[in-house]
Design a protein around this ligand. Structure first.
Ligand SMILES: C[S@@+](CC[C@H](N)C(=O)[O-])C[C@H]1O[C@@H](n2cnc3c(N)ncnc32)[C@H](O)[C@@H]1O
Length: 319
């Protein structure tokens, strides 16, 4: 982890991307009023600059500006695709009101604002799992924000060494109720082994009706170039490199990710590149490579004899 006190810097970077995109990209489909609120005053300047479209003078500021602008281009389709997949999986009561018969677990939540901004989650328990340092930082930042429903339950876990299953159980996550798992922007920072371990626990704790949403990166020749550009931007703009202490540790082919998810009892419903999603949304496509290398996979639990038994008092199939 990087940043003050070890909190994630990449979480701030993607939050800046959402803050730039809010009200400007995919209007009517993308909306994140919490993003700016999660940022500290020192992190908002560049957001305002990109939103105003005033290109700064000098190489360093210019490169930093382009990096945040590119991030916004990625965050709009990524967020919309995940929000849509969450809404589709939420069970509804007969009057159409989302019921508390599911739970949401956000793995590596960073500055994700869904528990505050998604009215659809008002009746659904939300668990936010993250590295203890990042989570501590978020809890301070979230102080003034009002959650959509009950406040999210914070579950501090370092995926590289902590027991995710025990932490979730202790926080009140129930194996007998369908879970909507959001695993966004985290897989690249885990080794294959850490990702596989996490997936095993996700599989073990997924009742029938559960959905897994994974954002992952495919292998790309541009990745080393991106890291080099990030280092250069930081040196020129005299800001800390957000990727310095959060190096990429794994990339996946769509086939490998599908196999990993299949092996844990999920069936893939869709797996789209961010580029295809951006085209559908008609959002800007200036940073084609970043968009092409990111993918959103949506998979649903296939009931098996070893699936946790549904709780008859609370379970209801998703639509
Ligand atoms: C790029 S941010 C993504 C945050 C959020 N999911 C989003 O998309 O806005 C990466 C997140 O992964 C978390 N993370 C990375 N490695 C981790 C680890 N070993 N254990 C727990 N969390 C980790 C960081 O704390 C950070 O919140």
């Amino acid at each position: 982890m990087g940043g003050t006190g070890g909190a994630s810097r990449t979480a701030v970077m993607v939050c800046q991307g959402r803050a730039v995109a809010h009200g400007r990209l995919a209007v009517g489909r993308f909306d994140d009023p919490t993003a700016l609120a999660f940022l500290l005053p020192a992190e908002r300047g560049i957001v305002e600059q990109v939103r105003s479209g005033t290109t700064p003078a000098g190489w360093g500021p210019r490169l930093a500006f382009e990096m945040v602008r590119a991030c916004a281009e990625v965050m709009a389709p990524r967020t919309v695709a995940i929000d849509d997949a969450v809404r589709q999986a939420l069970p509804a009561t007969p009057d159409g009101v989302p019921a508390a018969r599911a739970q949401v677990v956000i793995l590596g939540a960073g500055l994700d604002g869904r528990a505050w901004r998604m009215a659809d989650l008002a009746a659904t328990p939300v668990f936010e799992v993250d590295h203890p340092a990042s989570q501590h930082d978020k809890r301070i930042r979230a102080g003034g924000l009002v959650p959509a429903g009950a406040p999210p339950r914070f579950v501090p876990v370092d995926f590289s060494r902590d027991d995710l299953a025990a932490a979730l159980a202790a926080a009140g996550h129930r194996r007998s109720i369908p879970t909507i798992w959001i695993w966004e922007g985290v897989v690249p920072y885990l080794t294959r082994g850490q990702a596989a371990r996490t997936l095993r626990i996700v599989g073990d704790r997924s009742a029938p009706g559960s959905r897994l949403i994974v954002h992952y990166h495919t292998s790309a020749p541009s990745a080393p170039l991106g890291r080099w550009a990030s280092r250069l931007i930081s040196a020129l703009s005299r800001q800390s490199n957000p990727m310095a202490r959060e190096p990429n540790r794994s990339v996946w082919t769509p086939r490998a990710m599908r196999r990993a998810v299949d092996a844990r009892g999920f069936g893939v419903a869709r797996d789209d590149s961010l580029l295809a999603l951006a085209r559908d949304l008609d959002t800007p496509i200036q940073h084609r490579r970043s968009l092409r290398n990111g993918r959103i996979l949506v998979a649903d639990r296939i009931p098996t004899p070893s699936s946790p038994a549904p709780d008859p008092t609370t379970y209801q199939s998703p639509r």
